[in-house]
Write a protein that binds this ligand. Structure first.
Ligand SMILES: Cc1cc2nc3c(=O)[nH]c(=O)nc-3n(C[C@H](O)[C@H](O)[C@H](O)COP(=O)(O)OP(=O)(O)OC[C@H]3O[C@@H](n4cnc5c(N)ncnc54)[C@H](O)[C@@H]3O)c2cc1C
Length: 300
């Protein structure tokens, strides 16, 4: 049976898009197509899709909000799974429990409205809860690791488990989620009661800092590189005089050197060439290897 026919037996056919342009699902607004872009609406559907992909060896890629990935121009073969229908956010005691497709920004706002402190750092991070856990996303001194209590995941056999935070080896912009083959279904954040106005003041300050320093007017994937030990990636790039330098439609932002922006209909190939140019120049000038934070998916 064809992949499409098999998928149609697992989930509502309306939730399967064929040859879907992934530039519609990524923050860089570039990249090729997904053979099958599927958006399940129940945990059982997610389990069945994983079991099917395992059984048949159909390639399988998970996409969150696409804010930390670059999809190559040839797109992604097989199934691209999006949990964009898993949007619930609720409170249990002093915990905020958010489903994986919800934006972490919305979890942060929900916590504010519940007068709970601990998620302020996430108020401007444009990823989903699942993507934020995968990346151990963080900003301005806070990160997911600081407040994650546990998460509900599906393993590579399609089995569901609730695991404590320390099972994910959360470190600076990394976790073991890829290695373990987990799909995050929901995350539980342990927070504390505080004053609404105090929480809001912190969030307003972080939003001001972000809006004044980041080139949010152009598509990008945020900071492209991890902070190298003892340095700041943005400063190294700035001191290499790379701001404003570009290839095709992609260029190193003039506003924030750590960002590469899609300024004018860039291809993924332009974007990746700029990344490699920056890595080369910084290595030559300062002897520092810049490690990518952003993930590159798909084929040329
Ligand atoms: C303007 C801008 C500003 C940013 N600022 C910050 C910042 O301040 N701090 C920061 O840390 N990051 C920042 N980022 C990067 C990005 O938002 C984060 O890394 C975010 O956590 C990625 O989430 P996502 O849903 O977009 O994941 P995606 O980019 O879609 O995917 C990233 C990885 O997560 C995996 N993944 C996604 N969902 C799941 C899931 N449910 N289960 C298992 N794996 C999953 C994907 O397979 C992929 O490997 C910024 C990006 C942009 C564009």
């Amino acid at each position: 049976m064809s992949i499409l026919k098999e998928l149609q037996q697992i989930i509502n056919p309306e939730h399967i898009l064929i040859d879907e342009a992934l530039k519609n699902h990524t923050y860089t607004k570039l990249g090729g197509k997904a053979d099958f872009f599927v958006t399940p609406s129940t945990v059982e559907e997610v389990q069945e899709i994983i079991r099917y992909a395992n059984k048949t060896d159909v390639p399988f890629t998970l996409l969150g909000n696409g804010s930390n990935v670059i999809v190559r121009d040839g797109g992604i073969r097989g199934i691209v799974l999006s949990l964009k229908k898993f949007l619930g956010i609720r409170r249990e005691g002093n915990k905020v429990i958010a489903e994986s497709g919800a934006r972490i920004i919305d979890a942060s706002r929900f916590a504010l409205n519940e007068h709970l402190t601990g998620l302020e750092f996430a108020c401007g991070i444009p990823g989903t809860v699942g993507g934020a856990l995968y990346m151990n996303a963080g900003a301005y001194g806070g990160e997911v690791k600081d407040c994650l209590e546990s998460a509900l995941v599906v393993d590579s056999f399609g089995e569901v488990h609730r695991l404590p935070a320390d099972s994910f080896d959360l470190e600076y912009r990394t976790s073991n989620i890829a290695e373990k083959g987990y799909i995050v279904l929901e995350a539980s954040f342990s927070l504390e009661v505080s004053d609404y106005n105090e929480i809001k003041a912190v969030m307003d300050d972080l939003t001001y800092k972000r809006e004044s320093k980041q080139p949010l007017e152009y598509p990008s994937c945020g900071s492209v590189f991890k902070r190298p030990p003892g340095y700041f990636a943005g400063k190294l790039i700035q001191d290499s005089e790379l701001q404003g330098k570009g290839i095709g439609g992609a260029e190193v932002s003039t506003k924030h050197a750590g960002f590469i922006v899609n300024k004018n209909n860039a291809t993924a190939s332009d974007y990746i060439s700029v990344i490699e140019m920056v890595q080369r120049e910084v290595k030559t000038k300062f002897g520092v290897e810049l490690e990518r934070e952003v993930r590159i998916l798909g084929e040329d």
